[in-house]
Design a protein around this ligand. Structure first.
Ligand SMILES: Nc1ncnc2c1ncn2[C@@H]1O[C@H](COP(=O)(O)OP(=O)(O)OP(=O)(O)O)[C@@H](O)[C@H]1O
Length: 306
């Protein structure tokens, strides 16, 4: 089949990480990390600087060997041949600055097993879809960083990969490019490809991902759908009164996260405390609002990585 950039053939298998570990001297960069990147799912890999995301992805791709644990593909130990069918966007971007975009991508496509005509067709379509058609003949170094990033992403997506492992693919992209990229990735997941991508942009991960793995200090501290993680999180309430809300700080079982004038953001840490709070509020004056807040992913992230 011609690779036109639109993805049609089905490919379904999971990538499984089992107690994957890597130490550098005394540093346990990745410490018994286990999770599954399921077929057809976009899995966001989140964690602060130095949490171990890049090291984990390198081990999945075989660029770095683990000090312990295994990576499975389709239920069996992954091989170099399996990995050759994966699309990988490494942290260290490897484009040649002095080569035209088109030539470089066609070359990379051919290394991935595409014929000359298919490689050119695939590159042309991808360039069009990511708004770079008119830059095909430019040297990579003439492109802005965001556009170089798009080229790098195309390099990972060509050749109908069986799986995608992308280290910070969205960094430096403008909102339109983020949407174009997200649509491309969804085409791959819709044909069953497992996609793992790391990101520091929590709003983006929340918007795009069905599944989220949070790493802190080399360990998985949360793994599930954004809704799963939300349901485990402390519920916050917003309270708006007619008078000053400072008194809420003294209510037993209530943690005042933020109080400003007549408004307060609260956590109920003891069951039933909200009743006490409301009774006291009504005794003191009017209650304009008392509502549950949907926790943001940023809040959940802070809780699980604390
Ligand atoms: N080649 C190496 N030699 C020594 N230490 C390393 C090496 N690679 C990574 N580390 C250490 O392993 C830990 C995890 O680093 P890693 O790059 O995997 O984190 P990360 O989550 O990708 O961070 P970032 O978001 O900043 O890219 C860090 O403490 C880092 O200094």
């Amino acid at each position: 089949m011609r690779d036109t950039g639109r993805v049609r053939d089905r490919a379904t298998a999971d990538i499984e990480l089992r107690r994957l570990s890597r130490t550098f001297g005394e540093v346990r960069a990745v410490d018994e990390v286990s999770f599954t990147v399921s077929a057809g799912r976009l899995t966001g890999f989140v964690g602060g600087n130095g949490a171990g995301k890049t090291t984990t992805m390198r081990m999945v791709m075989g660029v770095l060997s683990p000090t312990g644990g295994d990576v499975l593909w389709d239920g069996r130990p992954i091989t170099a041949a399996d990995r050759r069918r994966f699309g990988y966007m490494p942290e260290e971007r490897g484009l040649y600055p002095k080569q035209p975009v088109l030539d470089q991508l066609v070359y990379l496509g051919r290394l991935r097993g595409l014929g000359a005509a298919s490689a050119k067709a695939s590159v042309t379509t991808h360039l069009e879809r990511l708004g770079l058609a008119d830059r095909a003949r430019d040297h990579v170094e003439k492109l802005s960083l965001g556009n170089q990033q798009r080229v790098q992403v195309i390099a990972a997506l060509m050749g109908r990969p069986r799986a995608l492992v992308l280290d910070e693919p969205f960094s430096g992209l403008d909102p339109a490019a983020v949407d174009d990229m997200a649509e491309l990735l969804r085409e791959h997941t819709s044909r069953g490809v497992p996609v793992l991508f790391s990101s520091h942009q929590l709003d983006l991960v929340e918007r795009l991902c069905e599944r989220l793995v949070v790493l802190a200090r080399g360990r998985v501290v949360a793994d599930g759908t954004p809704e799963d993680l939300r349901s485990r999180s402390v519920t916050r309430h917003s309270l708006v009164l007619s008078g000053d809300a400072g008194w809420v700080r003294g209510v037993p079982g209530i943690h005042a996260v933020d109080v400003e004038g007549s408004r307060a953001l609260l956590e109920v840490v003891e069951h039933g405390a909200e009743r006490r709070l409301l009774e006291e509020a009504l005794r003191r004056g009017e209650v304009h609002e008392f509502s549950r807040q949907r926790p943001s992913l940023a809040q959940i992230y802070r809780e699980v990585t604390a």
